[in-house]
Design a binder for this molecule. Structure first.
Ligand code: SAM
Length: 223
């Protein structure tokens, strides 16, 4: 499914979108053609506040209101690539935010369950992804810091807010052979970390230094 193709409007951002993928993502070593293709298709300008549309393809995170951000395009690509997504996968995303990362995952995987603690953000993300014709997403509002056991198991789990440490209940919600990607560290800097479970043993691999907003909740930081 190519989300941008679903829009009847002339795509005045197409060139910027392709340049973003070539210069910020592909040039930094992300090679997965499906990830590159999804990010060439999804109109990122829809996921930022209207007055910020011209900044949508810049090489940085942008404010989306309510103290939250849409992640830098490269970080979205990096975390998606590290998940090794496949069409059959059932994915849990914690931190819906604008819904941009959700849309990328929905194009690559079978289904996405996404949790956001701020109702207004969840609502906006639902509208945007619906406009793009992405129908394989379930949106929930609440504290996702302990995962979402009601819909477990998940082949892949992505947390797009910074957690102070590994969250054991997330590992328990992972299907055999699954992967978790999440930023782990302090309130100011973290490492995007890949987590896998082998014979009930949790193995973590820090991959990339980052700065995310806080995961707020029972297993996250306090507000
Ligand atoms: N991936 C998003 C995007 O593409 O726009 C960016 C997510 S933003 C960096 C982090 C989001 O996590 C914020 O919207 C924040 O409200 C949300 N969040 C923080 N703590 C949460 C929690 N315990 N459960 C669910 N969402 C949470």
């Amino acid at each position: 499914m190519h989300a941008a193709a679903l829009s009847a409007e002339p795509d005045r951002f197409l060139e910027r979108r392709h340049r973003m993928v070539d210069e910020q993502i592909s040039a930094r070593g992300i090679r997965n053609p499906a990830v590159l293709s999804a990010m060439r298709s999804i109109p990122r300008e829809l996921f930022v506040p209207r007055e910020g549309a011209d900044s949508a393809y810049e090489d940085r995170a942008l404010p989306i209101g309510l103290g939250q951000t849409i992640s830098q395009p490269y970080i979205v690509a990096f975390m998606t690539d590290a998940l090794v997504p496949a069409p059959g996968h059932r994915v849990l995303e914690i931190g819906t935010g604008s819904g941009y990362q959700t849309a990328v995952l929905a194009m690559l995987c079978g289904s996405v369950i996404t949790i956001e603690r701020i109702e207004e953000l969840s609502h906006g993300a639902r509208q945007r992804t619906r406009m793009l014709g992405l129908s394989n997403i379930e949106f929930f509002v609440g504290d996702g810091s302990c995962g979402w056991p009601e819909r477990a198991p998940y082949d892949r789990i992505i947390v797009t807010a910074a957690a102070p440490g590994i969250i054991p209940s997330l590992a328990q919600q992972l299907a055999p052979g699954g992967r978790i990607i999440m930023p782990i560290g302090g309130e100011n800097t973290q490492q995007v970390t890949l987590i896998e479970v082998y014979h009930a043993r949790i193995v973590e691999r820090p991959l990339l230094p980052v700065r995310f907003v806080k995961l707020i909740g029972k297993e996250g930081f306090s507000e």
